[in-house]
Design a protein around this ligand. Structure first.
Ligand SMILES: Nc1ncnc2c1ncn2[C@@H]1O[C@H](COP(=O)(O)OP(=O)(O)OP(=O)(O)O)[C@@H](O)[C@H]1O
Ligand SMILES: [Mg+2]
Length: 312
């Protein structure tokens, strides 16, 4: 039996290759009950490959996966029963309504008729799907994605795996979706969330891993990863098309320049110097606008992913 404080999902040193492509290269991570763990990384980083191995849809080359103490590599069928899953590609829901699809999955997963009906209603309503929930016409991409989430959440497993649940979803429904993802963890599930939505994920995840080239580059709570950036603030400037950047004051360092966009990192103690520099540059016509904000998870992501050699 697993110790009481064991992670619900534990992955150790996982490797998986497709021919000569090493899609996962020694990945280790764990997710506890009550936690949303984000998996962030560029296209082709190996996220879906990892997810498929957790669900027993692919067999690892080496490494271990345990789910609720069950060895998912040796006994994928038993481990899979402990998981619910929203795949990256939305499954077509044809011939039944969204509500029927959600209730059917709930029944298959062993929920009582009444509990499933009530839970389906809560989910569909919270994601503003009530108007379309009983129609059998083809769904839009976003509606299909949201229905897929409801199918994974109606009777959640001890581990809930969501592969890019917010893709195609409009901003207001996305906000409701983040709340429902958070609630799954608050109700006790270990949630593994794959997403490209770095800024919004920051408000939902407890910890995250940044994955690129099949390996974990950095992992931890968002606050810790931001602290490791070494500069808590960012100065974002739009340059005049012709402008040569005036010399930056000490404590302000150029992080990136793309076309007319200049991004600098700034220490707390150097805020006034940074603002004075930007105001002077704006008065001289070198900057058209600037803003000073707290560093975000996007800065963490850019730091780690930009430092990677290109896959091409
Ligand atoms: N069935 C397959 N056969 C061969 N190569 C594959 C297969 N599936 C994925 N790959 C390759 O493995 C690597 C990782 O792919 P994977 O789908 O895991 O990435 P991902 O991080 O989920 O990307 P995305 O963000 O685009 O969904 C890529 O180089 C991809 O081309
Ligand atoms: Mg993927």
């Amino acid at each position: 039996m697993a110790p009481a404080n064991a992670a619900t999902l534990a992955i150790s040193n996982l490797t998986k290759s497709y021919g000569t492509v090493r899609a996962n290269d020694g990945i280790s991570l764990d997710v506890a009950a009550g936690e949303v763990f984000g998996l962030l990384g560029p296209n082709g980083a190996g996220k879906t490959t990892l997810v498929k191995q957790i669900l027993g849809l692919l067999k690892p080359d080496t490494g271990t996966i345990t789910i609720g103490g069950v060895d998912a590599v040796a006994d994928p069928a038993a481990a899979r029963l402990l998981c619910s899953y929203q795949p990256q590609a939305s499954a077509p829901v044809d011939g039944v309504s969204a509500r029927e699809a959600v209730e059917i999955v709930g029944a298959i997963r062993g929920g009582s008729r009444r509990a499933v009906r009530e839970r389906a209603q809560v989910l569909l309503q919270s994601l503003d799907l009530s108007d379309i929930a009983d129609r059998t016409i083809p769904m839009s991409g976003g509606m299909a994605r949201l229905t897929g989430f409801c199918m994974a959440a109606v009777v959640p497993g001890r581990v809930v795996v969501l592969d890019e649940p917010t893709n195609d979803v409009d901003p207001l429904r996305r906000r409701a979706l983040w709340q429902q993802i958070r609630r799954l963890a608050d109700d006790g599930a270990a949630v593994l969330l794959v997403t490209h939505n770095v800024l919004e994920a920051e408000r939902c995840v407890d910890r995250l891993a940044i994955v690129a080239g099949g390996a974990v580059l950095a992992a931890g709570p968002p606050g810790l990863l931001k602290a490791q950036l070494g500069a808590p603030l960012r100065l974002e400037c739009t340059l005049d098309a012709e402008a040569v950047i005036p010399p930056l004051p000490s404590g302000v360092t150029q992080a990136a320049r793309t076309g007319r966009r200049l991004l600098c990192s700034v220490q707390h103690s150097d805020v006034s110097k940074a603002v004075a520099w930007a105001q002077a540059a704006q008065a001289n016509g070198m900057l058209t606008e600037f803003s000073l904000t707290a560093a975000s998870l996007e800065d963490v992501y850019a730091k780690w992913v930009d430092s990677q050699p290109s896959a091409a």
